[in-house]
Design a protein around this ligand. Structure first.
Ligand code: ADP
Ligand code: MG
Length: 698
């Protein structure tokens, strides 16, 4: 989007480098947590607070408390186990507490002399010999105890190279600066809102949250319902909403091409299909058709569970654009998925002499040059690829429709780059396909005015997948199961999820698994596919598997989305406990596509943590992606589910779209009101969105 014109008297807050002691190096580290100026520092709220204003009597300690204690050292000893640890016994007025250190120096151990006084801050936990603190912060002293803090101590999110203490100092410095020159932090909410809801003014709110007065302890969960916090949440959601509206308004100045309704190519494609569209597919196809006949750019998300048949609907929309003389881009997050689309589109459209071109990161120079030429002169009518499709070197002759599959993996900024490639003064229509149902309120806040279509029906004849959760100890049984499936001419996936820190190690792990399985199952034809293979290698392996020349395919999660091989009806997911629900559901959706009953074995390493057990259990109970996604949202939060946290698309600082969803209607109303206050509106956007603006979706 184009940046809004600067309004004359918006006061930019001073940069962090204006603070004494903050140089380029520190500024660079702060930028990593999106802190550029003093407002950013003041909007960087504590994660929680520690109470160091008083000491807690040992007799009152309970597991889970984070507190300050003062006591006497009554003994210390080294415990030799698998790992040597240092244990220190404390006592005070009949109460006891142990300290445990796993990493320590010899000198440190010697300093715990019987009779010394100690001040400690840490979390109280149940230990083998009663309550303990593991690696607390501590200070040994003789004589007068060190002074107590007079305020709650905030704990900030921070980043490598910036200590808690430093972060606290920086925020305090920013606050001092604000008290001296307050003009860059004006009150921007109308009086009516503030007084009606009993909210504090911005400065009061920030002061309370950074330097909480009195001795009341508040946990973040409580803090978020405090008026100070609520005020900031409302303000942030408002700023985000205003920014979205502004961006959409600017985009709508550039109309989209209007395609005619009656598409010869689409009709022909429909007739050539070996199946008829489900009612849900027909309905969604109709919704899209209605949109793309308009000059108003379409922004529509098609949601449908794994296997619901989103691709054919997208292909029909593509036909309509092609008939109108426009190019269509199909953008997929991984090469494997893009190849799958390429294959489908070739199969469907090439018989009608439609030019289809492939564009990917790893491509031979000649091939790439040819592709770029075809895209530029319009011979390529459909362009299928990965992120390569929006790189700078790619010039489109007449881009009219962008289809994005599994959108949540792309940064919105990336999609933006693609939109810029439409002919000057126009915006292409956009169709986003997703198997991850995103609640409407969330989507609205992430995309602004987004339309929704739902394919809420699976093609006939699909059978539910039988899911079993099984311990890694029973690997032998699992292997026997594979053998019998393959002797019945069925095909099997074995998925090795990321258990190593790097992709390289993950691929090695997959190679090792493939080797072990080859030894255990000498009669089977076993293939291996992972992210570090070349596109050619991957295509060959997938083609072999599809042609049933392989019985068992060992794969990393590269095959997570889109891959479609009906004869494969058994899937083993190794280390399933490491994966999120949505990802497991996606993976599992690779089976259950043919006539036979399908099975998915979720294999876990013991012991299984509670949350992981819960996840696997949900999956065993439900085959419904929507139910699963809802649970996923509860377990992980919307940032992760939308996959935009890393891309920064909805980088909210304070608000949480799920937690604060109930505020959205109020915020939308408030936003209407701001149309009359462009100055305030601009200043709010600057304050909250500032340099992140480029990520806002249009
Ligand atoms: P997804 O929604 O997960 O992207 P796909 O578009 O890959 O699903 O479709 C899954 C499979 O179902 C494909 O093999 C596709 O050809 C097939 N399919 C799509 N629509 C129908 C239908 N109406 N009847 C039968 N099979 C269909
Ligand atoms: Mg798909």
């Amino acid at each position: 989007m184009t940046k809004p014109a600067p309004v004359a008297d918006i006061c930019q807050a001073p940069a962090v480098t204006s603070l004494s002691g903050v140089g380029k190096a520190l500024a660079g580290k702060l930028a990593r947590v999106h802190i550029h100026d003093l407002i950013d520092l003041l909007l960087h709220l504590p994660l929680r607070y520690e109470d160091r204003t008083r000491t807690m009597p040992l007799a009152q300690l309970k597991p889970g408390l984070n507190c300050l204690i003062e006591a006497e050292v009554v003994g210390s000893a080294l415990h030799r186990g698998r790992r040597t640890s240092l244990q220190v016994q404390l006592q005070e007025q009949g109460g006891r507490l142990n300290l445990r250190f796993i990493h320590f120096h010899a000198n440190q151990a010697k300093a715990f002399v019987r009779g010394k006084r100690i001040r400690c801050f840490g979390e109280v936990r149940p230990g083998p010999q009663g309550l303990e603190m593991v690696h607390p912060e501590y200070r040994l002293f003789t004589g007068d105890p060190p002074a107590l803090a007079d305020k709650l101590t905030p704990v900030y999110p921070t980043t490598e190279g910036i200590s808690q203490t430093r972060m606290r100092q920086l925020v305090a410095l920013a606050w001092q600066e604000y008290e001296l020159h307050s003009h860059w932090l004006r009150e921007l909410l109308p009086d009516s809102i503030i007084s009606k809801h009993g909210l504090p003014p911005i400065a009061t709110a920030l002061k309370q949250l950074h330097f909480p007065d009195t001795k009341q302890v508040f946990e973040l969960s409580e803090a978020s319902t405090s008026p100070a916090y609520q005020r900031l949440i409302i303000e942030e959601l408002l700023a985000q909403q205003l920014c979205l509206r502004q961006a959409r308004q600017q985009a709508s100045l550039n109309p989209a091409p209007a395609f005619t309704a009656d598409s010869h190519t689409a009709n022909q494609l429909c007739q050539s299909l070996p199946f008829t569209l489900t009612r849900a597919q027909q309905r969604v196809w109709h919704e899209i058709q209605t949109d793309i006949q308009q000059r108003k750019p379409m922004l529509r998300m098609v949601q449908g569970d794994v296997g619901s048949g989103k691709t054919i609907v997208a292909a029909l929309a593509a036909c309509q654009a092609i008939d109108a003389g426009y190019q269509v881009v199909i953008l997929a997050p991984t090469e494997i998925l893009a190849e799958q689309h390429l294959h489908n589109f070739q199969h469907w459209l090439q018989p009608m002499q439609i030019g289809i071109t492939w564009l990917a990161g790893k491509q031979k120079a000649v091939e790439r040059r040819q592709a770029l030429a075809a895209i530029a002169d319009g011979k390529a009518q459909v362009i299928v690829g990965t992120h390569a499709v929006f790189q700078q070197a790619v010039t489109y002759q007449h881009l009219g429709l962008v289809i994005v599959d599994e959108q949540h993996r792309f940064g919105v900024a990336q999609r933006q780059a693609l939109l810029q490639k439409a002919p000057a003064g126009t915006t292409p229509h956009q169709l986003i396909m997703s198997a991850t149902p995103i609640p409407r309120t969330l989507a609205m806040s992430a995309y602004g005015d987004l339309d929704h279509s739902l394919i809420d029906e699976l093609p006939p004849g699909r059978k539910p997948i039988n899911t079993v959760v099984i311990s890694n100890n029973k690997r032998d049984q699992v292997i026997a199961r594979i053998e019998s499936a393959c002797s019945a001419k069925q095909q099997v996936y074995w998925i090795c999820p990321l258990i190593e820190a790097s992709e390289e190690l993950q691929c090695e792990a997959a190679e090792e698994t493939a080797e072990q399985l080859t030894q255990a199952l000498p009669r089977l034809r076993i293939g291996l596919i992972h992210g570090r293979m070349s596109a050619d290698e991957k295509t060959t392996i997938m083609a072999n598997f599809k042609a049933a020349e392989l019985d068992l395919l060992v794969a990393t999660t590269v095959i997570e989305v889109g891959v479609d091989i009906p004869n494969a009806n058994l899937m083993i997911i190794d280390n399933a406990e490491r994966l999120g629900l949505a990802q497991l559901h996606q993976l599992r959706g690779r089976v259950g596509r043919g006539q036979a009953h399908s099975h998915c074995l979720l294999m876990y390493q013991t012991p299984l943590a509670r949350l992981a057990r819960e996840r696997l259990h949900i999956l065993r109970q439900s085959n419904d992606g929507f139910v699963i996604a809802e649970k996923d949202l509860q377990l992980r939060g919307p940032g992760e589910v939308l996959g935009t946290r890393q891309a920064g698309a909805i980088s909210l600082r304070i608000a949480d779209l799920l937690r604060d969803a109930h505020l959205l209607p109020k915020v939308h109303k408030l936003a209407d009101h701001y149309i009359q206050h462009p100055q305030h509106s601009q200043e709010l956007i600057q304050r909250w969105v500032g340099s992140r603006q480029e990520y806002i979706a249009v």
